[in-house]
Design a protein around this ligand. Sequence first.
Ligand code: S3P
Length: 428
Amino acid sequence: MLRPIGPLRGEVALPGDKSISHRAFLLNALGIGHARVTGANPGADVASTRACLRALGVSILDRDGGFDVTGRAGVLRPSVDRLDCGNSGTTMRLLAGIVAAQSFTSTLDGDDSLRGRPMGRIATPLRHMGARVEGPHAGRRPPLIITGGELRGDRFELPVASAQLKSCVLLAAVTGSVAVQVVEPGPSRDHTERMLRAMGAPVETEGTVITLPATGDLACVDVSVPGDPSSAALVAVAVAAIAGSEVSFLNVLLNPRRCGFVDVLRRMGVTIGVHEATRVADEPTGTLKVTAANALLATTIEAHEIPALIDEVPALAVVMAQARGRSWIRGVAELRVKESDRVAAVIEMLAAFGIESAAEGDDLWIDGGVPRAPATLPASDDHRMIMAGAAMAWGCLREGETTKVVDAGPAAVSFPGFFPLVRGLADA
Ligand code: S3P
């Protein structure tokens, strides 16, 4: 049950970044030597990645609050069972690249949400490289049955700016020791390239062209995972809307390809200080200090901004709903194939608060105003929708009102502890 909360104030450390956590396990599994991974995201998605890797013979020991990973120098062992990727698109798409270079057959499957997500985008380049990608839906959707082997390199012009697709191709190439060039239609998150470089692979990036020569050995690297900016955004939107709030997020990943939400919130009137402190696995990290806005202003997010804030659209929609006037989010097609159809889910969630919004082609508009908290949040299996809905409710609940969350469980996919963390900031 959600109740009105006072100003959010204090300093918080967030769960480790989910994208970096997946890669810390997947890439070190391919390396030579040992790596210590600390601060990994504690959610279900990254646990799926670890479970799949263990099933493929990778030793990942849970020790002293971190994990010891032993690299297998690119050679994995066939799994007796199907590889259960759970709810995680990153697990399935990145792992597909790795198993495409193994000389055995693997079956990758997931939950109902993942079973509905498009996989043809990875099947096409993997087949081109020489792997067999089959399944009851011919590789267009999970389950995927991948028979790997010797691969050949190529140049790929990707149809969507997707880090999962780009990483799938790069990981197939690095595991199969072949050269690839990948051209993206726009710059997606570049954690795979940065971590590969930190492990000694000569990856070169020029704009949206990534060149990976045939690579020999990767050296395992220790990764101390910084806080997840996508989790910061979900709390930041509550901070932005609750008068008198000011919260510092410590040790957060500050990769510019993940922090597009900072620019958007700033133009909506939210004060955000960014203080870069250090680098981890070639990634900038530091503090984000967010102060509530005096008045929230409507804005337009252009299509070219989407890749750097793709997971933050539900959170930003919450702020737009509380800013008077019409806001636009352009180029949201990819949002329809996330853990849920997030365009439809955002419209449904905002409607529950009495806020009108609609899709026009690939654009979404939101007529912001004064939302009223509903008695019950729309149910969803999508972690980011649950947390965005809660942030919205906190922003508009009045004395004596409550909003029921039917099932807060899905938040644990990326951010176990979201609800107590926000309440703790209100009590501080
Ligand atoms: C991710 C990439 C994004 C993002 C997802 C994590 C990653 O997906 O939405 O939550 O870790 O590579 P796409 O690459 O499909 O846009």
